[in-house]
Design a protein around this ligand. Structure first.
Ligand SMILES: [Ca+2]
Length: 537
């Protein structure tokens, strides 16, 4: 979050553009068979939509049926593997088949049986059957050739059997492709946990309140925050030094904010908010508040100092808005499920301690930038070769997923980010919010690690926006925000993007930086989006 009106983070990702794998993967969602669980099994979309491939293209000849087929360009270093992950039912028999031609062509299910042909000069059908496990909710099917055996072709891939009982009915195919090609990638479905009572409305409006400082937008007293806002994040709690872990919060000094209320009035206003069902959280971090818990002493100081602020002001919980260089991954820290970097491990431990202390009433939100979450699909800091901060929120989100109330990624101040369609998405319009939020819902394989990051429950997911053009790069017009909500919540008006995570009727809502900026701009954000959220099913 930016205290100032001038922003400069937008270029942070632009260097990644040059690494674009010009795969030419287009968008489409027309299944070839009504009863076939495979999306685009006949490749008749003319694209690789539904599939994730290392080296493949669509050809018009030779085909087995229709007018398109898959060509996998196996080479000396690449077996041209294509995968697709499908929702399945446990303890159920499935039949997988495909028509293939070429030398050494394989068809199988990851972790299960496979079959192959050493040589097929014309299209030949491969078939394999498997039965799912007692708790299996998804299966990844694959096709590949063999090293240095040349291009293979495939067409009419069919997975015959009942579709998975996805907890949310979907209007569009709900594939969760495993987009990278590591052979150990094992897609995992998010655990079907039911959401704990959060005390929040089904769709919430979340905003930051400049409470400890002033900027061009002006100070706003807690009592004057409109009731449209369900979660008010106090910006900011900041550390006494980068590594102290000692978090302090104080109201804006009167010299800077002449209209600031007394601390007693501030606390009374928080209580009044809570009496109306609103949540008031301490947000830690922001542009200036770097927090690196490099030691267990800093971790313990973090817990005690944050607890003291929560108790003093009677707050409902915590918002983690670490930016800059707060979080990073040491070289070799490649498994987000078992992080080893101290700043990550200590933050997780501290949050777990605070959650245990305050129990069910503890509200926990996070506002990472795309760089720390979605960019992890392409680059993971601990795996080397790039910025060691990429994806570094993923281990924190994963470790806290049962305690997490809302994750609202900052869909702003961001460079282009690659989505699950393996296309670049640029901030400022509906498409960016759709693609970024779908990644959080569907989950994704973390770059170069083979580990699948499972998506979050839909009630845990929101997305963040600048309230106005002065508040951040990537301001999105209300109409575009509503289009993104229509797509994510109702699977309507998706602009050609196929939701991998399905629609999310219980999507939590919208976050903005900030309530102060919204007031400055005559409440455009609140007045546009509160009624829209309330009108959603
Ligand atoms: Ca075909």
């Amino acid at each position: 979050m930016k205290r100032s009106t001038v922003l400069k983070r937008a270029s942070i990702l632009s260097a990644g553009v040059s690494l674009l794998l010009a795969a030419g993967i287009a968008i489409g969602s027309v299944p070839a068979y009504a009863a076939n669980l495979i999306v685009n099994g006949g490749f008749e979309t003319g694209s690789l939509s539904g599939w994730a491939c290392t080296s493949a293209s669509i050809v018009s000849s030779p085909v087995h049926s229709g007018s398109h087929a898959l060509a996998g360009a196996a080479s000396g270093s690449d077996n041209a593997k294509c995968t697709q992950t499908v929702s399945v039912q446990p303890n159920t028999a499935y039949a997988l088949s495909a028509w293939v031609r070429g030398s050494y062509v394989y068809l199988g299910v990851t972790g299960g049986p496979s079959t192959w042909t050493p040589s097929a000069s014309t299209y030949t059908q491969l078939k394999v059957s498997f039965t799912t496990g007692a708790s299996q909710a998804s299966a990844q099917v694959y096709l590949h050739g063999w090293y240095a055996q040349g291009t293979y072709h495939a067409d009419d891939v069919v997975l015959d059997g009942p579709g998975g009982s996805d907890p949310t009915p979907t209007a569009s195919p709900t594939m969760s492709p495993s987009p990278t090609t590591s052979p150990s990638a094992s897609p995992t479905s998010p655990p079907p946990t039911s959401p704990p009572p959060s005390g929040l409305p089904k769709h919430a409006l979340i905003g930051y309140l400049h409470a400890s400082f002033a900027n061009g937008s002006g100070y706003l007293r807690m009592a004057d925050v409109p009731d449209a806002w369900d979660i008010v994040n106090l910006a900011f709690g900041e550390p006494t030094s980068v590594t102290s872990g000692d978090i302090r919060f104080s109201l804006c000094p009167a010299s800077e904010c002449p209209s600031v209320e007394s601390e007693a009035d501030f606390i009374a206003a928080i209580k009044a908010k809570q009496a109306k069902g609103k949540k008031v959280l301490l947000s830690i971090g922001g542009q200036n508040g770097q927090v690196q818990l490099t030691t267990t002493a800093a971790r313990d100081r973090f817990v005690s100092s944050v607890g003291a602020v929560i108790d003093r002001y009677g707050l409902d919980g915590l918002d983690i808005d670490f930016e800059g260089h707060s979080l990073y991954l040491n070289a070799g820290d490649t498994d987000f499920r078992n992080p080893t970097t101290p700043v990550i491990v200590n933050l997780i431990s501290a949050l777990q301690t605070l959650k245990a202390r305050y129990g069910a009433r503890f509200t926990l939100t996070m506002a990472p930038e795309t760089f720390f979450v979605q960019v992890g699909y392409q680059f993971y800091g601990g795996a080397g070769g790039g910025d060691n901060r990429t994806g570094s929120y993923l281990p924190v989100i994963h470790a806290m997923r049962d305690a997490l109330t809302v994750l609202h990624v900052q869909d702003y101040n961001s460079g282009p980010v690659m989505g699950l369609d393996n296309q670049w998405h640029t901030m400022g319009g509906a498409d960016f919010h759709i693609a970024m939020t779908d990644m959080v819902k569907a989950g994704f394989t973390v770059a170069n690690t083979g580990h699948f990051f499972p998506g979050l429950r839909e009630d845990q997911i929101g997305f963040g926006l600048p309230a106005a053009v002065s508040a951040g790069n990537g301001h999105t017009t209300p109409a575009q925000v509503h289009q993104a909500l229509d797509c994510l919540v109702k699977a309507q008006n998706c602009g050609g993007y196929a939701l991998r995570g399905g629609r999310s009727p219980s999507l939590r809502g919208l976050m903005t930086w900030s309530i102060n900026w919204d007031r400055y701009y005559s409440w455009e954000f609140q007045n546009s989006h509160r009624p829209y959220l309330d009108a959603l099913p």
